[in-house]
Each structure stands twice: as C-alpha cells, then as structure tokens.
Design a protein around this ligand. Structure first.
Ligand code: MCA
Ligand code: AMP
Length: 469
C-alpha cells in the first residue's frame, strides 16, 4: 500500500473529519475537501503536461499549497523535488541543473483546478520524490525515495508512536525535508488525524495554538527556545500526548529540563534523508535521555567497527541500516549509490553510535565533518569553496562548534586578509542563510597532518568556546 492510496481510502472513510488547517488565513479542509482539491491539482498538473515519472522541482514554503502539490504529484505518479525557501538563486540553479525537472514551481503557487487526472495510481517501486542533500564533495546528491519507502515509514511511525484519528499535530517544520514533509504529515493523514500548519516555528505560535494539538514534532532548537519562555509549563502543555525530537542531538539536560517543566518525556528518534526514520525511543517503555532508542518496526540496525567486525555492547562503530524505508540510491550517481552501501546490502549512515546491553543506541559522532545547525545539515566543502573564492582569502576551514540555540553553529577559520563584511556578503549572496558562517576567525595558517589534511578536530577544540555554549 502506498501513502496516496491510503490517503484516498481514508478520505472515503472519514470524509467529514478535519484533515488540514492553515493558521495564517484560517483555511481548513475536511478529508473530502482535501481529496477533491488534491485531485483538482493533479488534473491541472496533468493539463500542464506532467505525467508519471516526470520530475517537478518546487520551492516548498510552509503553506498548504506545498502539501497539496506533494499529494497531487503522488497521485499522478510524478516525482517531487523539494527545494527550501532559503535557497539562493545560485543554489536553486545548481539543484535544477542536477535534477533537470520538467516543471519548476515557485513558493505558494496555486495550481488548483477542477476535474480528475486519468493516470493510474503509482506502485510501491515507483519513484515518489528526490531529496537533494549535499555531500563531502559539495556536489548535490538526490536521494531517490519510492512510494514503498514512504508507505513503510508512515506504517512504522503509526505503529510505534500510536498515531490515530484522535491526534492533531501542530506542524511548524520546513516542508522540504523528510521530517516536515513525511514524518510530520503522512501518519496523520493516513489515520484520520489532523495537521495544523502553523508556519515558521516560534514560541508565540506554540503558546497560542498548542491547545488544539496532541502532538508536536521538533528539532532540539524548538525545545531549547520553548524552555527559554516562561509561559511554557504544565498548564500550557499538560494535555499533550506526544513530543518528539530529531534531526540533531537533543542534550540530555534539555530532555530532563523539559520533563521537570512540563511533566512530559520527549521521545527522541533518529533518521536520515536516505533511510527516513530508523531508530526511536519507545512510546510505552523508557524514553532514555541522550539516546535514540532502537530500530523501528521493519528496520534492522547493526554497528561495525573500522575493521568491519560487529562491535560489542558499549563499543563505538558506524551504524548501518536495512529495511523497506531505505532509498534505492542517488539520482544519476551510481558511484555515490555504491559507496553508500555494503556488499551485503546495508546502508552506511556514517553516524558513529554505541548500543547498550538493553538495545538503546546513542549517537556519539560522525565519520564526515558535516555540521548540523538547528537541525539543518551544512557541508563544510560547499562553504569553503565559496569562501576560498573571496579575494584575499587564501584558504579556509569550516567547522561546527557548540552553540546554545542551534546546537552547533558554522564557524569559518580563514587564512589571509580580507574585510570580514566582504567575506560574509559573498557567502550570503551564494549560500542559504543557515550555511553562512556565524563568525570568522583569522589564523596565520591551518593545522595539517603529515598527509597535508587540515586537522579539523584540533580547530574544533581550539574554537569550542567561540559562541560560549
Ligand atoms: C535559520 N537560520 C539559521 C538556522 N535557521 N542559522 C543556523 N542554523 C539554522 N538552523 C538563520 C536565519 O536565516 C537568520 O539568518 C538567523 O539564522 C536567525 O534566524 P532565526 O530567526 O533565529 O531562525 P528561525 O527562522 O527561527 O529558524 C530556526 C529553526 C529552523 C526554527 C530552528 O532552522 C528550523 O525550522 N529548523 C528545522 C530544520 C528541520 O526540519 N530539519 C529536518 C532535516 P539571518 O539573520 O542572516 O537572515 S533533517 C531530516 O529530515 C532527518 C531525516 C531527520 O532525522 O529529521
Ligand atoms: P539529513 O541528511 O538532513 O536527513 O540528516 C541526517 C543526519 O541527522 C543523521 O545522519 C544524523 O547525523 C542526524 N540526526 C538525525 N536525528 C538525530 C538525533 N536524534 N540525534 C543525533 N543526530 C541525529
């Protein structure tokens, strides 16, 4: 079963239930209305020549049009390639060059129509989405996601987190990632639950509208910002059923403080674009602070050391995952696809983890020097390439250092002589704002090992206190 076939079935079963609400202009859709609108969008996309297998790149702002487009493309069997609203023209151009879409849709564009498309519903092996990530080389990689991948992820979450028609999510996540587009929407629309789109996260939105919700899904920055707000406590949040956190490490201290203030234990889970959700703390058992729990239903996890052997309890190694949510590979990148999996078919996450005797996983590091800032991944190479092009910058090393609000923040360590403002202005013109260094440190030279490789660990230690986390 696919997400779209089950959504259509759900709409037939609970036509009058509330499916989607948009806070900004108070629009809402029952299941029957949402289904009719999705069908109209699919028909109008078909009129524009979009059919099964065609790729559509779209800037996905946090509005219902993004959800409608996603569902309509699922129905048509066309392939959505979501782009974030913070992408600069240079970034959009690079992504589009990689994907070569048939159609590009701007933010908030209304493609509504009437009638119905006449294409058959796609099957589980058909491609549903391509999600661009960057990578160690800075070249875009499009992670292929099938209808079967999406269905399996929704199933696992519905079962593990007990999502049902009694649930309403206050949705405040960006709509171009697995977290906001799949995890925080599909399980609700496949069970008769309800999604309230609240736009960009802010504590004010949570305070004003959380009384209508039972579930909140966030990145750790949501929780630290909420804890900074005096209005947040048991009175405001006592009625909630579930708080989840993911995309970046949640500090054990935040987990504990949240429980003290609200009486709720945040359920932390772990995922990745290429595998969707893989590990999760239990709904009913112990939600252990600082851990990401165990494999979700249908998923298998193993941990291997650098020598390739399986590690013992408490020993660190690289996490590998297998199961029906794992992407079949990267768009037009057989090299990257092959590199990302073992000979016996496990996906290599690159995250370094340990497992406790009773099966709880803890993320202890990463094999790549990727930075996660406020739940968004920043690939140093991409930023370094831009900085190195600024006149006066001889070379640069981009690292992540602790930051109270974003968990990690981007810091550029540069050699050379250039106006700070000019460097930042160039970065801003080329890169999404979240990738732009929050500070620059000038040094006479970068530390290198005997192979000539920049020693980023040494730089991370040296500049760990930059933002006084
Ligand atoms: C915005 N800025 C950021 C970030 N977000 N800088 C660093 N890191 C960020 N994450 C920039 C803004 O553009 C602005 O720049 C300045 O920082 C201050 O912005 P602020 O108003 O504080 O930010 P915001 O708009 O409130 O956004 C912060 C946020 C947001 C709410 C934490 O970044 C967010 O929603 N993050 C969630 C990301 C997410 O959904 N990740 C899932 C992907 P300037 O002042 O220069 O303009 S990972 C995934 O999907 C996997 C599968 C998983 O496991 O979930
Ligand atoms: P992305 O490629 O944007 O999907 O980001 C995936 C990465 O986010 C993973 O490889 C992890 O490094 C990180 N991640 C996701 N969830 C967690 C978590 N709960 N704790 C620590 N890191 C996480």
């Amino acid at each position: 079963m696919t997400v779209i076939s089950r959504f259509l079935e759900q709409a037939a079963q609970t036509p009058d239930a509330l499916a989607l609400t948009f806070l900004e202009d108070n629009r809402s859709w029952t299941y029957a209305e949402l289904r009719a609108e999705v069908e109209g969008w699919a028909a109008s996309l078909q009129d524009r020549g979009i059919g099964p297998g065609d790729r559509v790149s779209a800037v996905m702002d946090q509005r219902p049009e993004s959800v409608l487009l996603h569902l309509a493309l699922l129905q048509l069997g066309a392939v959505l390639h979501p782009i974030g609203t913070s992408a600069t023209p240079a970034e959009v151009a690079g992504l589009i060059e990689d994907i070569e879409p048939s159609l590009v849709v701007g933010p908030g564009q209304d493609l509504g129509g009437t009638g119905r498309s006449d294409t058959p519903l796609p099957g589980e092996d058909d491609l549903a989405c391509i999600l661009s990530t960057s990578g160690t080389t800075g070249r875009p990689k499009g992670s292929l996601t099938t209808h079967g991948n999406l269905g399996a992820n929704a199933d696992a979450l519905i079962e593990a987190w007990g999502i049902s028609s009694s649930d309403t999510i206050l949705h405040l996540l960006p709509l171009h990632h697995v977290h906001g587009l799949f995890v925080a929407i599909h399980p609700f629309l496949l069970t008769g639950g309800s999604v309230i789109l609240g736009g960009r996260f802010s504590p004010d939105t949570v305070v004003a509208h959380i009384d209508r919700a039972t579930v909140l899904m966030g990145v750790p920055t949501f929780y630290t910002r909420l804890l900074d707000d005096d209005r947040v406590g048991h009175d405001l949040l006592g009625h909630m059923r579930l708080f989840t956190s993911g995309s970046a490490p949640l500090l054990a201290a935040t987990h504990r403080e949240w429980e003290q203030r609200t009486g709720h234990r945040i359920l932390e889970r772990y995922g990745m674009t290429e595998i969707q959700m893989a590990l999760s703390n239990p709904l009913d058992g112990e939600r252990r602070a600082g851990t990401v729990g165990m494999p979700l239903p249908g998923l298998e996890a193993r941990i291997r050391s650098a020598s390739g052997s399986l590690v013992g309890v408490g020993e660190a190694g690289v996490l590998e995952v297998r199961g029906p949510t794992v992407s079949p590979g990267y768009w037009r990148r057989p090299d990257a696809t092959e590199e990302s999996r073992t000979d016996d078919g496990w996906f290599i996450t690159g995250d370094v983890v340990t497992r406790s005797r009773d099966g709880y996983h803890t993320i202890v590091g990463r094999t790549s020097d990727m930075i996660i800032s406020g739940g968004l991944n920043v690939y140093p190479k991409e930023v370094e390439d831009v900085l190195d092009g600024v006149p006066g910058v001889v070379e640069s090393a981009v690292i992540g250092v602790p930051h109270r609000d974003f968990g990690e923040a981007v810091l550029a360590v540069c050699v050379g002589e250039a106006e700070q403002e000019a460097v930042i202005a160039t970065a801003r013109a080329r890169l999404s704002a979240y990738k732009v260094p929050k500070a620059i440190e000038w040094v006479p030279g970068l530390p290198r090992n005997s192979m000539g490789k920049v020693q980023k660990a040494a730089l991370r230690d040296r500049f760990a206190g930059t933002f006084d986390a």
